[in-house]
Design a protein around this ligand. Structure first.
Ligand code: KG4
Ligand code: ZN
Length: 328
């Protein structure tokens, strides 16, 4: 079964064709990073206009290896995300579904991130296969969610951020340190030349699976404001503080719930230090998609859509965007 995935929830215009929920046939991502970098963050109106310009060429490129008759379903992100951006993908998907008479399914962007763990893996030979129940840590620019996954489409939210999302914290910290946008890769690179030696706080929020990163960001600002800290050491210390909290709290949850695996996803999961902390400390296997499948893409949307179609979840032409959609 071949699914066309379409993703326009934020600042990436993406389309992909995926076979049977894991085999990537094409995966095209047109990033708007260079356009938004000059503003130091995403400008929603600019993002939606850019999606309008690029969505058709991106879909055409994703479809260059297959014909429309081969496509069994269209999966599109309908939330959460920026309303104007989501509208572009959802309306293009509905128009194609209607014109080509292809079934349509609306996909939750957070659920799609989790399904990046199914891509390019064999789900039958045991190697890289996902085993339920698993604990999903979704860490992106807008979310830090800890979600128990009991089966396909069965999610139970355990924790979330109470203030800044992990990726948002990286972006704000990078701005404090005068590094570029997006902040995650900029901090990771700067941290390579530093030592995590600065005293930065960790918000443990005991008795809760929630996260909080705004105090850490403020503490970093105070350190920098006092002067005489090296940017590399500050980046390494900040990265290490975020990784500590994510790793310790997720592993704690995994032990409490006795899960088979931990699944990482979202842009922050591309961070190598975070991955190393997880792999060194987790008592259960940790699955982490390759970096280009952690950040926004449409292959994950198509993979998730495959399991929607398997479960008979088909959307009507009245599918609308839900910018504040949550998972579980
Ligand atoms: O999942 P994503 O591409 O988009 C959203 O759904 O938000 O995540 C983007 C976020 C940004 O905040 C970016 O700074 C962060 O992921 N990010 C990283 C890394 N690469 C991207 N954070 C830490 N380390 C990275 N290597
Ligand atoms: Zn995302």
């Amino acid at each position: 079964m071949k699914i066309l995935g379409i993703e326009t929830s934020c600042d990436e215009t993406a389309a992909a064709v995926v076979e049977d929920g894991s085999g990537i046939i094409s995966n095209i991502v047109a990033s708007q990073i260079d356009i938004h970098a000059r503003y130091g963050g995403i400008v929603p109106e600019v993002a939606s206009r850019q999606h309008l310009l690029t969505i058709i060429p991106v879909i055409s490129q994703a479809m260059s290896k297959v014909s429309w008759q081969d496509i069994n379903g269209i999966a599109v992100t309908f939330g959460p995300g920026l309303a104007g951006s989501l509208l572009v993908g959802v309306n293009v998907a509905k128009a194609i579904a209607l014109a080509k008479k292809i079934p349509l399914t609306g996909v939750n962007h957070l659920e799609a991130h989790v399904y990046a763990n199914w891509l390019n893996t064999s789900q039958t030979d045991g190697k890289g296969a996902v085993k339920f129940p698993c604990l999903c840590l979704i860490v992106s620019g807008g979310h830090s969610d800890l979600v128990l996954m009991k089966g396909h489409g069965q999610f139970e939210k355990l924790g979330r951020t109470r203030d800044d999302a992990a990726g948002e914290a990286f972006d704000k910290a990078a701005r404090i340190l005068g590094l570029g946008y997006p902040g995650g890769p900029a901090i990771e690179q700067a941290a390579c030349a530093g030592v995590p030696s600065l005293p930065l706080p960790r918000a443990w929020l005991k008795e809760s699976h929630d996260f909080s990163f705004s105090g850490l960001k403020t503490a970093l600002w105070h350190l920098v404001d006092k002067g005489e800290v090296s940017v590399a050491d500050a980046a390494a210390s900040f990265q290490s503080a975020v990784a500590d909290v994510l790793v310790v709290k997720t592993i704690e949850g995994a032990k409490q719930l006795d899960v088979e695996q931990i699944l990482l996803s979202g842009g922050v999961a591309a961070n190598k230090v975070l991955a190393r902390h997880f792999l060194n400390n987790s008592p259960v296997p940790v699955l982490i998609p390759p970096a280009h499948l952690c950040t926004d893409n449409a292959a994950m949307v198509a993979a998730c859509g495959y399991y929607h179609f398997q479960a008979g979840k088909i959307s009507g032409y009245d599918l609308d965007v839900v910018p504040s959609l949550s998972l579980g």
